[in-house]
Design a protein around this ligand. Structure first.
Ligand code: ARG
Length: 585
C-alpha cells in the first residue's frame, strides 16, 4: 500500500503538469504532515516556492493548483490558507477504507522496498582481549535495529562483526602469558575475559617499560604472522575466551551476527598496498607507506597521509578496512555498506572511503555510509563509571537494569496483591530490563551523547520501553477481559471513525509505512521510537474518550479493530527495535 503522503504527492504531480505544463513534472510537492490540526492533516508550500519562477502571487498559484488537484477520493475540499499554503484534510470514509485494508495485512500496509538490495551492516565489533564497552553496546543496539529494519523492508542483509582479532597486541599478550600463565595458551578454559583484560593491561605496562620484553613481544608477532602452529593455537584460545564472553552479551540482547574479524583480511593486506602502488597513489614517507589525502590537512595546511604500512612492515586498522571494503564489494557483492561506530571514527571512515574510491575499490553503484553515534555518559554528564570509579562491564550494566526491573515488578506485585510464578517474574524482569536499555539508546538521536540513567529508562511514565510495553499489554488485557480473539474479528467489519480521538488514532496508524521508509532512508531509529510513543499516547486518549467493550455494534467491533491495530503496530515497531512484547506484565 502506498503511504498517504506518496499518494498525495502523485496527485500533486499530476496537478502541477495540468496547471503549468510538463516541465513541472517531478517537482517536489513540499507536502508535510500539518503541524497543527487546524491546518488539516497535510500542508504543502509548493505555491510559495513556485512564485518566483512563475512570476505570480502564491495564492493565485495555489488556486490554479487546487483547481487541477484531483483528491476527492482522499480529502475534503483543499483549502488555501495564509500566504498560499494548501491544506488538506483526509476524509473519514477514506480513512475507514484504509484501516480496513491494513487490518487484513500482516505487514500492516508497510510496503517492501521497490528495489531490494544486498546490504551489509558492520556493527558491534569489539576487540579480543579487551572488555566490550558501552560504545560497543551502542553499536550493537543501533546496528541490530538498522539491520532489522532493512530486513523487514525485504533487503538481503549481511550482519558482520568486524572484531579486532589481529595485530601487534597479540605478540605482547602471548609473550606475557608465556611468563605468567602459560596454561592459558594451551588450555581452553584457563582464563575468563576479566583475567585476560587484566593480563592485557599488565602486558602493556611491561611492554612500555621493558625493552628486552619489547623484543620478545616483537618476535612473537613475527612468529604469529608467519603462522607458527603454537602461536596460532595460543591466539585462537585467546579469541575463544573473548568470544565466549561476547556471546553472553549477544544472547542477552538477542543479537544475530556473523563474525568476520580483522584477521580474515590479513592475507589480503599486501595486495592492497600493491594495488595502491599500481594506481600511483602510494608514497613513502619516513619509511612508512602512505596515501596523501585530499581535503585532510594538518595544522600547517599540509595534506595528511593515511598510513597503510608502517616502517616496520606492519599494517594497520585502515589497511584492513580497505581490504574489507574491497572484499565486500567484489566478493560479497553488496550494494551498500553501513558502518556503525562512535563519531570519533568519522575521519577514519571518510579517509578510508576516499582512498578506496581513488584506488578503484569502490564503484559508483556501491554506497558506503558511516552511521556515527555519540558517547554514553554517566549521570552528571561525566564518563560512565562504577561507583568505585572503574569502567563498567557490560554484563554488570545489563544485570543491573534487570535487577532494577525486578525490584519495580516486586513492588507492583505487592501493591496489587498479585501472585506470579518465579518463571513469570524472571521473564518479565529480563524483558523489561534489557528493553529499557535498548530503548533508552535508540530513542535518542544517535548523533548526540546520551546520559545513562537506570531510573529514567525504567520509568513507566516516561518515553521508555516499559511505557510502550504497558501500552501493548493494556490492549491485550482488553481482549482478555471479554475473551476476544483479535485474530477472529470479522475481516469485512465496517470501520466507523467519528470521535476526534478515533480519527486521530486512525490517521496515525496509517502513517507507519511512511515512518519506516523515513527511518530506512535516514538510518535514525529515534524516529520510530517517537512514532511508537506518540501512537501509545493517541491510543490512551482514544481509550479515555471512546468506550470499547461497552459500546454497541457496529462501533464495538470497529473500535476493537483499532485496539488490535494499535497493538500490532506496537508489536511490529518494537520488534524492529529488537524489543519483544509481553502479553501480561
Ligand atoms: N573494533 C573497532 C573498535 O572497537 C570497531 C570496528 C568497526 N568496523 C570497522 N570496519 N572498522 O573501535
Amino acid at each position: 500500500m502506498n503511504s498517504i503522503i506518496e499518494q498525495l504527492n502523485n496527485r500533486f504531480g499530476e496537478a502541477l503538469i495540468a496547471a503549468f505544463g510538463k516541465e513541472f513534472a517531478k517537482i517536489d510537492s513540499l507536502l508535510f504532515p500539518a503541524s497543527n490540526p487546524k491546518f488539516g492533516d497535510y500542508q504543502s508550500n509548493i505555491a510559495l516556492s513556485l512564485a518566483k519562477q512563475l512570476g505570480q502571487q502564491p495564492r493565485a498559484i495555489a488556486q490554479q493548483l487546487i483547481e487541477n488537484l484531483n483528491v476527492a477520493d482522499l480529502c475534503e475540499k483543499p483549502e488555501i490558507a495564509g500566504a498560499g499554503f494548501i491544506n488538506l484534510t483526509l476524509k473519514p470514509s477514506y480513512l475507514e477504507t484504509q484501516i480496513g485494508k491494513i487490518q487484513k495485512d500482516p505487514r500492516l500496509g508497510i510496503e517492501k522496498a521497490k528495489y531490494p538490495q544486498k546490504e551489509l551492516v558492520d556493527f558491534s565489533s569489539p576487540n579480543i582481549a579487551k572488555e566490550m564497552h558501552v560504545g560497543h553496546l551502542r553499536s550493537t543496539i543501533i546496528g541490530d535495529c538498522i539491520a532489522r529494519i532493512l530486513e523487514f523492508r525485504g533487503h538481503d542483509v549481511l550482519r558482520l562483526n568486524h572484531i579486532g582479532d589481529w595485530g601487534t597486541q597479540f605478540g605482547m599478550l602471548i609473550a606475557y602469558l608465556k611468563e605468567v600463565c602459560p596454561e592459558a595458551l594451551i588450555t581452553a578454559d584457563a582464563l575468563d575475559l576479566g583475567d585476560l583484560v587484566t593480563f592485557y593491561k599488565q602486558a602493556k605496562i611491561r611492554f612500555d617499560e621493558d625493552e628486552a620484553f619489547q623484543e620478545i613481544a616483537r618476535k612473537e608477532v613475527v612468529k604469529l604472522q608467519a603462522g607458527a602452529e603454537d602461536s596460532l593455537r595460543a591466539w585462537q584460545l585467546l579469541c575463544e575466551q573473548s568470544r565466549r564472553e561476547f556471546q553472553v552479551i549477544y544472547d542477552l540482547l538477542d543479537i544475530q551476527i556473523t563474525e568476520r574479524g580483522e584477521s580474515f583480511y590479513n592475507p589480503l593486506l599486501p595486495g592492497i598496498v600493491e594495488d595502491l602502488d599500481k594506481q600511483g597513489l602510494l608514497v613513502e614517507d619516513a619509511g612508512a607507506k602512505c596515501v596523501f589525502l585530499e581535503g585532510f590537512t594538518n595544522k600547517e595546511g599540509q595534506p595528511l597521509p593515511l598510513i597503510v604500512q608502517k616502517s616496520d612492515g606492519g599494517y594497520n586498522y585502515a589497511t584492513t578496512d580497505l581490504a574489507a571494503l574491497k572484499y565486500r564489494v567484489r566478493q560479497d557483492n553488496v550494494q551498500r555498506i553501513i558502518y556503525v561506530t562512535d563519531v570519533g571514527q568519522s575521519n577514519h571512515f571518510a579517509q578510508v572511503f576516499q582512498v578506496a574510491k581513488r584506488a578503484g575499490f569502490l564503484p559508483d553503484n556501491v554506497k558506503v555510509v558511516h552511521v556515527p553515534f555519540g558517547l554514553v555518559l554517566g549521570e552528571g554528564g561525566k564518563k560512565l563509571k562504577t561507583r568505585s570509579g572503574d569502567t563498567i562491564k557490560l554484563k554488570d550494566l545489563l544485570d543491573e537494569a534487570i535487577a532494577g526491573a525486578r525490584k519495580e515488578l516486586a513492588q507492583r506485585l505487592a501493591d496489587e496483591n498479585r501472585q506470579e510464578t518465579e518463571e513469570f517474574i524472571n521473564n518479565v524482569s529480563r524483558v523489561i530490563g534489557i528493553s529499557a536499555v535498548k530503548y533508552a539508546d535508540l530513542s535518542q538521536n544517535r548523533n548526540s551523547n546520551y546520559i545513562f540513567s537506570y531510573a529514567k529508562m525504567l520509568d513507566r511514565k516516561g518515553n521508555t520501553a516499559p511505557y510502550l510495553l504497558y501500552a501493548y499489554a493494556r490492549v491485550q488485557s482488553i481482549s482478555r477481559k471479554d475473551n476476544i480473539n483479535f485474530e477472529q474479528l470479522a475481516g469485512d467489519a465496517k470501520i466507523i471513525l467519528e470521535h476526534e480521538t478515533e480519527l486521530a488514532l486512525a490517521k496515525y496508524l496509517l502513517q507507519s509505512t511512511e515512518i519506516i521508509s523515513n527511518v530506512e532512508r535516514d538510518l535514525l531509529p529515534n524516529r520510530l521510537c517517537e512514532y511508537l510513543y506518540e501512537l501509545s499516547q493517541k491510543f490512551n486518549k482514544f481509550y479515555e474518550f471512546c468506550p470499547v467493550l461497552q459500546s454497541d455494534e457496529p462501533a464495538r467491533t470497529s473500535r476493537l479493530i483499532l485496539c488490535d491495530l494499535t497493538a500490532r503496530t506496537l508489536k511490529l515497531g518494537l520488534s524492529l527495535l529488537g524489543i519483544p512484547v509481553l502479553e501480561r506484565m
